[in-house]
Design a protein around this ligand. Structure first.
Ligand code: SF4
Length: 336
């Protein structure tokens, strides 16, 4: 396994109390695999990714438990210098807002070239050549001329391509893309997602795609991990989730995707708000919003049940490899 997160716990100390942002998250991603991590804001998906990258603000953040293994080595036990080496060459991150992630007073060519100068010891001239190649690879038209331009001279979609080029520059084994298309309009979103998927296949990298939008992951992800209140509530191969979700929250997210064949119908929205992480509801954290909640849900925290042997009821083939749901009533949910 390229990356394995095991029982990770992260909290933030605030003036008002302790926010439990990540509460026992475990997931893994292999080389050449795409894992989509899905959830509303505050679900813990980005905080988990920041802990993996080693860019969590500490304090106020604190990792209170768990392990993060990258190529079999525990990142949390490493010195900062070693982690810095892994960032860039071993793993890289693509952020949502390229404009604030890029340096506004440096040309994109210099920013891309800097990676090769600092990490590979290249001359500025050679680094510039590599920068143009990378810009070409992410299909920026006229890369040879545009290499001298500054970030504000590019459109949102082109800036996101530059972010992708930067992340790819040192050919990392793992890329974490945190809401990489949220700030873009729908057509550009699709182009950027296609490019990311194509490069991931070409470089055979592991990709963790963090998103709140189940609509963008269907064609690119191999697996989906759905997070709620700092926990994974459903984890499954992508097609199983679309065919028959085994958690009411996942079902709600799927029902919220606008569909062309349902014109005139009111768009479904999950009722209520995500929980306050300083005061997570007892039992199943989703129970105040769940249409299937029963008494047991208010008192007993559901473990991540193994979902298996449900092929006839759900239409999901076989014993759904490595599928889990943190719902006491996952069988009923599967049946729809
Ligand atoms: Fe809903 Fe209960 Fe399942 Fe939680 S455990 S998702 S409240 S049915």
């Amino acid at each position: 396994m390229l990356l394995e997160v095991r029982d990770l716990h992260v909290e933030f100390r605030t003036r008002d109390g302790i926010a439990k942002a990540v509460n026992g998250v475990s997931y893994g991603v292999d080389e050449g695999e795409t894992l989509a991590v899905l959830g509303e804001s505050g679900s813990g998906k980005s905080v988990t990714a920041q802990a993996v990258m080693g860019i969590l603000d500490m304090p106020p953040g604190r990792i209170t438990g768990g392990e993060i293994l990258f190529q079999g080595r525990d990142l949390l036990a490493m010195k900062e210098e070693e982690r810095r080496r892994i960032r860039g060459a071993g793993m890289a991150m693509i952020f949502q807002d390229a404009l604030s992630a890029l340096n506004p007073v440096m040309s994109v060519g210099d920013q891309l070239g800097e990676m090769f100068v600092v990490h590979r010891g290249m001359s500025r001239k050679d680094a510039r050549v590599r920068a143009v190649e990378l810009m070409d690879r992410v299909r920026i038209p006229g890369a040879g001329q545009r290499v001298r331009d500054y970030p504000h001279q590019f459109s949102g979609g082109m800036r996101q391509r530059i972010m992708i080029a930067m992340a790819l520059s040192l050919e990392p084994d793992l890329i974490i893309a945190d809401e990489p298309t949220t700030a873009l309009d729908v057509t550009v979103q699709a182009q950027v997602m296609d490019l990311l998927a194509e490069l991931q296949r070409e470089f055979h990298m592991g990709l963790i795609l963090i998103t709140h939008d189940l609509g963008v992951v269907a064609d690119v992800a191999d697996r989906i991990a759905v997070m709620y209140a700092g926990r994974i509530v459903e984890s499954a191969p992508v097609h199983d989730i679309y065919k028959a979700p085994a958690h009411p929250y996942t079902r709600g997210l799927l029902d919220s995707i606008p569909r062309l064949d349902q014109k005139g119908h009111e768009l479904y929205a999950i009722k209520g708000l995500p929980p306050n992480l300083m005061d997570i509801p007892p039992g199943c954290a989703f129970h105040p919003r769940c249409p299937m909640a029963q008494d047991v849900c208010r008192t007993e925290v559901p473990p991540l049940y193994e979902v298996s042997g449900v092929s006839e009821a759900s239409g999901v083939s076989g014993a759904s490899q490595e599928r889990g749901s943190a719902c006491h009533f996952w069988r009923e949910c599967l049946r729809g």
